[in-house]
Design a protein around this ligand. Structure first.
Ligand SMILES: [Zn+2]
Length: 240
């Protein structure tokens, strides 16, 4: 039996493989080359392979590479919210497929696929962690199967709930998340000398993701890459 395909956003029946209405689909911006080789920020003009942006040159991020499938915009935001607050799981394989495409090189190198944690109280309130869902869907993808990358949940621990980042300066954001994450003691052996692929729904300022990357490095990870469904298109903000 073939079920009619429903729009991931409106629940209406849609034709074709997109799982979104054509007018919404047209508003999705998939990120493609040219990109900063480190942070994955899109460049306006063609560059040599391996080129990094000014922000990454001046202040290299704590992670090795970050990639995302979509620019964070009107429709991708709705996709993220549907996942996060409505718990829509039916589009997970599709979203993970987009992520696997954007992060093919990262997945090929990864040993462990690690979702970012929610603070315990947020997890209790919401009942699920959408990053775990995305990471699990990625681990099921053909790309992960052929690279042998395995899903490892509960690796990172939030040591405290951080206040909302909005409205803080770049330096303030860094301070806000300093020491907010660590690798669980029981998982340290798993992480040591391994290449980690951190998975989240959105990459925003980078301050949080850098704090997580530093926690993984402190536990001995040999490489930390970051793969998200969406990212803000703007380049990394430098501390002032
Ligand atoms: Zn960069």
């Amino acid at each position: 039996m073939i079920w009619p395909q429903r729009s991931l956003l409106t629940g209406r029946e849609v034709a074709g493989p997109g799982a979104l209405e054509p007018d919404l689909w047209a508003k999705l911006h998939f990120i493609s080359d040219p990109l900063c080789a480190r942070c994955g920020a899109p460049f306006e003009i063609a560059v040599d392979e391996g080129q990094v942006c000014g922000a990454c040159l001046a202040d290299p991020p704590a992670y090795d590479r970050a990639r995302a499938a979509l620019e964070y915009g009107e429709v991708s935001r709705e996709l993220v919210l549907a996942l996060k607050y409505q718990g829509r799981r039916d589009g997970l394989d599709l979203l993970a497929g987009w992520m696997a495409g954007a992060g093919a090189g990262l997945l090929a190198d990864a040993h462990l696929i690690v979702p970012v944690p929610l603070h315990y109280f947020r997890l209790l309130r919401r009942g699920f962690n959408q990053s775990v869902w995305l990471a699990a869907a990625l681990a099921r993808s053909n790309a992960a199967r052929s690279s042998g990358a395995r899903l490892a949940v509960d690796v990172l621990k939030r040591t405290r709930a951080t206040p909302i980042q909005g409205g803080l300066s770049a330096a303030g954001r860094r301070r806000n998340v300093q020491g907010a994450f660590r690798v669980r003691r029981s998982r340290e052996g798993l992480v040591k000398d391994q290449k980690i692929l951190l998975v989240d729904d959105v990459l925003t300022t980078g301050a949080t993701v850098e704090a997580r990357s530093r926690a993984l490095r402190r536990a001995g990870a040999s490489c930390v890459d970051v793969l998200t469904l969406a990212r803000v298109a703007a380049p990394r903000t430098l501390p002032i």
